[in-house]
Design a protein around this ligand. Structure first.
Ligand SMILES: [Zn+2]
Length: 231
């Protein structure tokens, strides 16, 4: 069961990266693997370094060791949270708390979450979303929430390399340094150094902050995790 770590009185989200998890990133080289050419590592491990045909950044797993970096996300825990519907704050499952099995999505910024939108944000419990909105400065400034009928694997978020120069291509995102979202069916995925899993959101119903607080009030318990009701 995921343990809840605190830092200076605040709960540290399950997906947040810790300083002890930083590992040396190997050089990216041009390789030919089953399926064609792309980027790879000289000492690539086909099980841990490659998924959905993309090459993945390497990451340690040492949650709670060193200091948390609230601006960074651990690639392995993000992947795990997306795959198993784990709450991005407490790390417990978000399934089984609503009869309709819809899940809650919370994002920074003030644009509403749209139908079909792609995201790297794992789901979140209503009580955990309330805690995050009250305690996480970027979310306190602006956030959007929605209930989602279904969230499907869409692709990866990462940096695309130029097959000729082998240099990272500039991001097409709205801010410099944004990761590109690359679809699993896109040939560019073989030239992408992936950081995170991307899902697409379907059956999206926007949720206001008042509605979010009401949901947190009516669903305080998390299956198997009393930790969450006493932040
Ligand atoms: Zn939670």
């Amino acid at each position: 069961m995921p343990e809840q770590f605190h830092w200076r009185g605040l709960r540290v989200p399950y997906i947040t990266a810790w300083s002890a998890e930083a590992v040396l990133q190997p050089a990216v080289v041009r390789v030919t693997r089953r399926g064609g050419k792309g980027i790879g590592y000289e000492d690539e491990d086909p099980v841990t370094d490659r998924r959905h045909e993309a090459l993945w950044v390497r990451s340690g797993m040492a949650r709670g060791r060193g200091t948390p970096d609230f601006s960074r996300i651990n690639s392995l825990r993000q992947k795990r949270a997306m795959r198993y519907d784990l709450c991005q704050l407490c790390g417990f499952t978000v399934l089984g708390i609503r009869d309709d099995e819809r899940t809650l999505c919370l994002m920074g910024g003030d644009s509403p979450i749209e139908e079909g939108e792609t995201t790297t944000a794992p789901p979140i419990h209503p009580v955990c979303a309330k805690y995050s909105v009250e305690n996480c400065p970027p979310l306190r400034r602006a956030h959007a929430a929605a209930l989602v009928d279904c969230s499907r694997l869409w692709g990866v978020a990462g940096v695309i390399f130029d097959p000729v120069t082998m240099q990272p291509l500039p991001s097409t995102g709205s801010r410099p340094g944004d990761l590109d979202h690359v679809h699993v069916g896109d040939k560019a995925i073989r030239w992408t150094l992936a950081n995170f899993t991307v899902h697409s959101l379907h059956g999206v119903t926007p949720v206001s902050t008042d509605e979010l607080y009401a949901m947190a009030q009516s669903q305080p318990g998390i299956p198997g995790g009393e930790l969450v009701s006493a932040p």
